[in-house]
Design a protein around this ligand. Sequence first.
Ligand SMILES: [Zn+2]
Length: 92
Amino acid sequence: MKTEERGTAANPLTYEEWIAEGERLFGKDTKAWKTVCPVCKNVASAAEYIAAGAPHEQIGFSCIGRWTRDAWDLSNSRKKAHATTPASAYLS
Ligand SMILES: [Zn+2]
């Protein structure tokens, strides 16, 4: 009998399994976990989002640049477009 791979769209992990895998890969301190913005490639930890004043639900979802001025150069049209488009982030 073939065991179906876990963590796929057809066989997703539970929230508890996802947290356990994150702790195995990145450690128990979830505030130290980092995400990479798929658009501007900025890397930020959850602690950095919190320090920037980002709402909890935006950590790792929207670019941290929405809450920091340093990550943005609004004269750059690509980043200007990024500033108005929801971004998702991936575990680094
Ligand atoms: Zn970004």
